[in-house]
Design a protein around this ligand. Sequence first.
Ligand code: XIL
Length: 333
Amino acid sequence: QTDIPNVKSVVTEFPVGAAITGAEILGEHGQLLSKHFNSVTPGNALKWDATEPTENTFNYTQADPLIAYATANGLAIRGHTLVWHNQTPSWVFLRADGTAMTGTADDKTLLLARLTNHIRNVAGHYGTSIGTWDVVNEVIDESQSDGMRRSSWFTITGLDYIRTAFKVAREVLPSAKLCINDYNTNVAAKRDALYNLVSTLKGEGIPIDCVGHQMHINVSWPTTADTEAMIQKFVPLGVTQQITEMDVSIYTSSSETFPTPPADRLLSQAYKYRDMFALFRKYASAISSVTLWGLADDNTWLDTYPVSRKDAPLLFDTTLQAKSAYWGVVDPT
Ligand code: XIL
């Protein structure tokens, strides 16, 4: 399909990216990626379990080829992610004697030292070639009265792991955009908890530049109005906003399964992409990039999450052909 418009030449208000977790830089996938997109996010290769599987032994063999491809093809890179509760090796939360940390003063000191060492190494390895980092990922749990997820990071250090992560990232990368990233930020309670955290930390001088909205959505959720409220909420904080992991599931509940994507769902999906991209473009002064969580439907995390079933959440199908969803983005009339 050399005759169809490039997404990046139609949507010029901000870079448009795709996450890559497999062989998307090779062959026809690589051609599709650099034709349509001007940003990439390594979907797994920069997570802690990939980059520091054992203490102070850093491994960049997964990420380096992706970064080299991006740099060679003029693609911006979103670094994902320095701190998360998933895909983090268990050694991180163990004391030197092998027992579990509980949150003593010594535990906290050791954990923050490990965090500092990790960020200095990983962010330092790539330097200015990664312009934006998800410094912390998914720290909010709006069901808690203080809004904070009870991860090991939080139970051992309180908010200090977030403070330390942003301060160290800023020391290493004075001009990178530093983001706090989360999902379901279109839901009022989640959005408000995230807003309160960012507001508090920015008030302390913690260098948060950016709020990342994952936007794992589906064909009938959320509404444009809720998504607009999400964007508007963060404008007064003086942060830029990024859509970091967008995909639009064809499923509206975890009990559905379709052997092949139904035509009506693919049409609803096209309208959802159309409406969301129209909204993002309307708020282009607040939004500095939009990334999809995958290139084509042949490789999507939704095939195994939340249950095992074939999903089709992206702009290109399993044979890399443009879907109605693609046309919703490039031809929104
Ligand atoms: C997912 C990857 O796509 C999968 O390959 C991996 O098995 C699990 O993680 N939110 C995030 C991403 O911030 O890091 C997740 O990526 C998807 C949900």
